[in-house]
Design a protein around this ligand. Structure first.
Ligand SMILES: Nc1nc2c(ncn2[C@@H]2O[C@H](COP(=O)(O)OP(=O)(O)OP(=O)(O)O)[C@@H](O)[C@H]2O)c(=O)[nH]1
Length: 305
């Protein structure tokens, strides 16, 4: 491999909540790296996923969905997006088809292109996701509309869920990456540490198991990750986590009657964590109340926002 033939660079995936950013990343990497739930705004921090083939290495940066900030947490999330944009060689603007009369949320698309992407001055590939919801004819119409209105470097329709047109997306991205040697070894899927993915799995299960505002008020912090199997393969690793909520009532909901809900959370999360790590673990969850943590700069900072 010579540097003059191989390309390597950073592609940032940016779009509204629920656009399918995490689904797309997982599908491209053929690995469940980023948590996916039917609820919007599950992705809070930037996730790095690395795609490899024999011509290029693409370091994908998944970002939280862009929304109107209603609290300090949202402002931090938007700050993460702004910072991530600076690192991008190419921007994937992901707009989901609505399946309704309008192709997609046009107001949002206008805001995305005008307020976010144009000032950043980066090359943009507009990717219209959820193509399984519309006919091919509608897809061509929508693509022509995007080309005419915002003139991105390229436009294409994909279905992250069905995995359709994703090789074309890779081929479209590649020419925009700098010619360079790969930055990471071929077996590296992400730069984030195991403990980050462990906390993301627990957050995903909270989103899937609990209703209304509870998941949005929750943060997961890994207090201890003791890898005991290395000294003695018979011993399970110990993972101690704090599940942070804003109010006593939310704590009661998380615990449930006679602790049943918390037990279920622990069991379902442990199963996926063991699959991720490829070894058995003890998972201990402690629920802690930190009043209004999403509005408190010190808490936000200590949780990595
Ligand atoms: N029909 C259809 N649904 C999709 C497609 N891609 C994603 N979805 C669904 O859309 C929902 C949101 O997907 P995510 O991947 O979590 O979206 P996201 O953009 O990462 O969401 P945030 O966490 O809000 O940033 C899930 O229920 C997905 O199954 C697609 O191509 N077609």
């Amino acid at each position: 491999m010579t540097a003059t033939k191989f390309s390597c660079g950073f592609a940032i995936i940016i779009g509204p909540p629920n656009a399918g950013k995490s689904t797309l990343l997982n599908e491209l990497l053929d690995y469940k790296l980023s948590i996916v739930t039917p609820k919007p705004q599950t992705t809070r921090k930037k996730i790095t996923g690395i795609y490899h083939n024999d011509k290029c290495q693409i370091i994908f940066l998944d970002t939280p969905g862009i929304m109107k900030p209603q609290q300090k947490l949202h402002e931090s999330m938007l700050g993460i997006i702004r910072e991530t944009l600076k690192d991008a060689d190419i921007v994937i603007a992901l707009l989901p088809y609505s399946g309704k009369k309008e192709f997609f949320d046009r107001e949002f698309a206008e805001e995305l292109f005008s307020s976010w992407l144009k000032p950043a001055g980066k090359k943009i590939i507009a990717v219209l996701n959820k193509s399984d919801l519309v006919t091919e004819e509608r897809q061509r119409e929508a693509e022509a509309f995007v080309r005419k209105t915002w003139n991105p470097a390229a436009v294409l329709s994909v279905s992250a869920l069905k995995g359709s047109n994703l090789p074309a997306l890779i081929d479209t991205i590649q020419p925009y990456l700098p010619l360079n040697y790969p930055l990471y070894p071929e077996d590296t899927l992400s730069t984030a540490p195991e403990r980050f993915f462990v906390s993301e799995i627990i957050r995903e299960k909270i989103f899937l198991l609990y209703g209304r505002e509870v998941p949005y008020s929750t943060e997961v912090v890994i207090d201890e990750f003791r890898e005991q199997h290395e000294d003695d393969p018979k011993r399970k690793d110990l993972i101690r986590c704090s599940v942070i909520v804003e109010r006593e009532t939310q704590k009661q909901i998380l615990i449930g009657s006679k602790g049943a809900a918390l037990k279920k959370l622990g069991q379902t999360a442990r199963k996926d964590i063991e699959e991720l790590l490829g070894r058995p673990v003890f998972l201990e969850l402690f629920i802690k109340v930190r009043p209004d943590w999403r509005k408190n700069q010190n808490y936000l900072k200590s949780y990595g926002y």
